[in-house]
Design a protein around this ligand. Structure first.
Ligand SMILES: [Zn+2]
Length: 84
């Protein structure tokens, strides 16, 4: 399984580089991977999960979920207008 050498820091948007060396047998689900952000110097400890292990990109189901969330937020925004 592959683990990215670089991720994007969610705090500052700068690249965060992997600190942890790959195990001899390769990464497995449950392994800890540490990253150090080149921008804010934050350390990120991530756990390799099933999603990383999957070779397929996220299915269309997640896109449908996202669309549903956007729709729901629009409904929520409209609610105050209805009560006025
Ligand atoms: Zn950062």
């Amino acid at each position: 399984m592959d683990v990215p050498k670089k991720i994007t820091c969610v705090d500052c948007g700068q690249p965060a580089y992997r600190l942890t060396y790959p195990p001899e047998d390769g990464w497995v689900v449950g392994d800890y991977v540490a990253y150090r952000c080149s921008g804010c110097n934050d350390r990120w400890d991530l756990i390799v999960n099933e999603e990383d292990a999957a070779e397929q990109p996220p299915s269309s189901l997640s896109i449908a979920d996202e669309a549903r969330a956007i729709l729901q937020s629009r409904i929520d925004q409209q609610r105050p207008n209805d009560s006025n």
